[in-house]
Design a protein around this ligand. Structure first.
Ligand code: 5GP
Ligand code: ZN
Length: 144
């Protein structure tokens, strides 16, 4: 079965996978897609999604959670090597209390600074697309 069989017509992240809307892609393979967040809370804020539409962690089959976790490790390592932040948080939101805004499983890579005071919930503020486009090329150069 191809990944297209698992996607949703109206979901914004499924549209990114199908390249119906643009994104700053870092990498993709048969089961996952990694790209830059368009409202970055920190430089290097990026996302991994499975090529399987499901609303949240609980509704996602184990095999798709596993491939997403493997992909988040690859993305986080490339971001780590590119930006050398003081730390990296992996964030995954489920439900309104967690401020989940897109209902397709996704994991965030968020570079951290010492005492950056970042919260686990945040407002969506559009980023500088020129800066994001320059950074995605640097991260791609550090993929293993
Ligand atoms: P959540 O709030 O659900 O944990 O995270 C969803 C994330 O998706 C947000 O950080 C938001 O900025 C990001 N996002 C929403 N729409 C788009 C889009 O069209 N393109 C990209 N690159 N990111 C998006
Ligand atoms: Zn979807």
């Amino acid at each position: 079965m191809s990944s297209a069989d698992h996607l949703d017509d109206d979901c914004i992240f499924c549209k990114i996978i199908r390249v119906e809307i643009p994104s700053f892609k870092v990498f993709e393979d048969g089961k996952t897609f990694a790209f830059m967040d368009i409202n970055p809370i920190a430089s290097g804020h990026s996302l991994v999604i499975p090529k399987f539409h499901s609303a949240n962690l609980y509704e996602t089959p184990d095999e798709w959670v596993a491939v997403t976790a493997t992909a988040i490790r690859r993305l986080a390592w490339a971001v780590e090597k590119t930006l050398e932040p003081a730390g990296v948080s992996i964030v995954q939101a489920n439900g309104p209390g967690a401020k989940q805004s897109v209902h397709h499983l996704h994991m965030h890579v968020i570079p951290r600074g010492i005492d950056d005071d970042l919260m686990m919930s945040w407002e969506l503020v559009p980023g500088d697309t020129d800066a994001i486009g320059e950074l995605v090329e640097r991260i791609k150069a550090n993929l293993d």
